[in-house]
Design a protein around this ligand. Structure first.
Ligand code: UDP
Length: 329
């Protein structure tokens, strides 16, 4: 029996495929390669170039392969873009998931782990955030992910499908082997953008707003290593395979860092002065997102290995230094 990883050529998907294969699992990857990279797909995974919105392509995979469970990463994931092009997010994230679930139900595949996000909470009432806290997204990306969770819930009630939604905080870092790492085109995430400065690809980093109600005025986020996220997917899948009920878990380290603090850590790690410039706020950004991951630790037995921010930024720097153009040469 195999595990189907949708979006397995993307950042978190490719790292999860590596962990699954290292754990001896049989893995099938499907990705439309619009934002993912074929070079990021583990050579031992069977690869299908397919889009989750394509029902025939999904049906073909479920007919060709013996799929035990699905891990679903195939989605658009940029907060800023979701605000300027919301319909792209509804199409890719919601319509795509709808087609995928139709195909899963038709083929009797009833277990799915999928990427949700801290953005489902919106502006939190308190930190650290618990899974039971209010969900009121401030951006369209978070709105579509919350709707995906609800879609799974209703599908589960009607068809017996069980799901785990993993609400990630800020994924970062790279695989310890150096074989794969973060590569988005265009890049929008803070740590890779900061590291473009010492890599000679950018003159300075922009700080999006320094008038937030935080100790230095810049946004606070909870940064979590991608390999720790990958491990959580395997634990969540095993939880479902053992009969666990549908559930939602936060994944973060429970410690928040401001944008300015992250830049300081990158200066220390790289030895580069990394000039920074304060710019206007980015639309849709909550001031502070920090996770309580107690539930994932208790129920799934998740235990992040790379909790320290300097370790995380160092692993990202090793990848970016050796792959200044990501997977593109
Ligand atoms: N950010 C920034 N400058 C950049 C990119 C991001 O100040 O060039 C800030 C952004 O406003 C947010 C934090 O860094 O407060 C993390 O942003 P990212 O896009 O990495 O992740 P998100 O929190 O949106 O998932």
């Amino acid at each position: 029996m195999a595990i189907l990883v949708l979006g397995g050529a993307g950042y978190i998907g490719s790292h999860t495929v590596y962990e699954l294969i290292e754990a001896g699992r049989d893995v099938v990857v499907a990705d439309n390669l619009l934002t993912g990279f074929k070079a990021a797909v583990h050579p031992k995974a069977r690869f299908y170039q397919a889009d989750i919105r394509d029902r025939a392509a999904m049906d073909e995979i479920f007919e060709q392969e013996s799929i035990d469970g699905v891990i679903h990463f195939a989605a658009s994931s940029q907060v800023g873009e979701s605000m300027s092009n919301p319909l792209k997010y509804y199409d890719n994230n919601l319509c795509g998931t709808c087609v995928l679930l139709q195909s899963m139900v038709a083929h009797g595949v009833d277990k799915i782990v999928f990427s949700s996000t801290a953005a489902t909470y919106g502006e939190p009432e308190r930190v650290p955030i618990l899974e039971t806290d209010k969900t009121q997204p401030t951006n369209c990306y978070g709105e579509t992910k919350l709707a995906m969770e609800k879609m799974m819930n209703w599908t589960g009630r009607a068809h017996g499908l069980r799901y785990v939604a993993l609400r990630y905080f800020n994924a970062c870092g790279a695989h310890p082997s150096g074989a794969i790492g973060e590569a988005h085109n265009p890049e929008t995430h803070l740590i890779p953008l900061i590291l473009q400065v010492p890599n000679g690809k950018r003159e300075k980093i922009s700080i999006f707003g320094d008038d937030y109600a935080t100790h230095d005025g810049t946004c606070i986020r909870d940064y979590i290593h991608v390999s720790d996220l990958a491990q959580a997917h395997i634990l969540a899948l095993d939880y479902l395979l053992k009969g666990g009920e549908s559930n939602v878990f936060n994944l973060g380290n429970g410690v928040g860092f401001t944008v300015k603090e992250v830049i300081d850590v990158a200066r220390k790690v790289t030895g580069h002065p990394i000039p920074a410039e304060v710019c206007p706020r980015r639309a849709g950004d909550p001031a502070q997102l920090v996770a309580s991951s107690e539930k994932a630790r208790t129920v799934l037995g998740w235990n992040p290995k790379y909790a320290d921010l300097e370790t995380i930024v160092s692993s990202a720097w090793s990848w970016h230094k050796s792959h200044p153009n990501g997977f593109e040469g």
